[in-house]
Design a protein around this ligand. Structure first.
Ligand code: NEI
Length: 239
């Protein structure tokens, strides 16, 4: 076909503080892995808040006419969870700035706070307070893929990171099946021992626990493995 091949994925090293932070989060929160869903829903909710706030002065941001919601899909056959928000999305540079680096001050304060906190319980809350919850995805995932489309860029970008890795990659999304109009879709490839999180009833229970303060609807779907049949629940988990 006439289309030029897509540019190759680019490899980035995490800033040292980020690597240290990921190790700390994975080692200190292993006892209560459930927190990953609360953190990722919180990030999705923040992204929707940002869009709603910015659209007040720039209605163009809503031209992609998609509802403001969070969709969680579980594929229990393959141990995969996807969390999609129709929020503001990230540009390539924002992916680097937001997921590959962290403000030194934030890290130092977080590390100090965790050291001072008595037990894992307080750690869970600290992770949310310091906005570093994204990395809790690696509590339950071998690999995390973030596919994101911002109104500020005409391309959709795919960030890919693996547990215990010192680097991550970013490439352009070229598969039409994966394109989203705006927002961010996280795909979690669950660890062998954590595939239970992809069971719909377990996700629904966690969503009910963690979503009471989320001001956007959260829908959960069960993906029927290779048939890709999508069964919509009788009624969405209204926030
Ligand atoms: C410390 C890890 N960094 C983040 O979680 C940041 O990444 C960005 N992020 C994470 N999930 C996101 C999401 N779903 N949408 C958007 I817009 N930004 C997101 C936000 O800037 C977070 O503060």
């Amino acid at each position: 076909s006439g289309n030029p091949p897509p540019p190759p994925a680019e490899k980035y090293e995490y800033q040292a503080e980020v690597s240290r932070l990921m190790d700390l989060i994975v080692n200190s929160l292993y006892s209560n892995k459930d927190v990953f869903l609360r953190e990722l829903i919180s990030n999705a909710s923040d992204a929707l808040d940002k869009l709603r706030y910015l659209s007040v002065t720039d209605s163009q941001l809503l031209k992609e006419a998609v509802d403001l919601d969070i969709r969680i899909q579980t594929d229990k056959d393959n141990g995969i969870i996807t969390i999609t928000d129709s929020g503001i999305g990230m540009t390539r540079q924002e992916l680097v700035d937001c997921l590959g680096t962290i403000a030194q001050s934030g890290t130092a304060k977080f590390l100090k706070a965790v050291k001072e906190s008595k037990d894992a319980g307080t750690d869970n809350n600290l992770i949310g307070q310091f906005g570093v919850g994204f990395y809790s995805a690696f509590l339950v995932s071998d690999k995390v893929v973030v596919s994101t489309k911002s109104p500020k860029s005409d391309k959709q970008y795919v960030w890919e990171g693996e547990a215990n890795a010192s680097s991550y990659t970013i490439r352009e999304e070229t598969n039409p099946e994966n394109l989203i109009p705006r927002g961010t879709r996280l795909t979690l490839y669950l660890k062998r021992d954590d595939k239970g999180f992809a069971h719909p009833e377990r996700i629904q229970k966690l969503v009910k626990n963690y979503s009471q303060f989320v001001s956007f609807p959260i829908y959960t779907w069960q993906e029927k493995g290779i048939t890709k049949e999508v069964e919509v629940d009788e009624d969405p988990v209204e926030a």
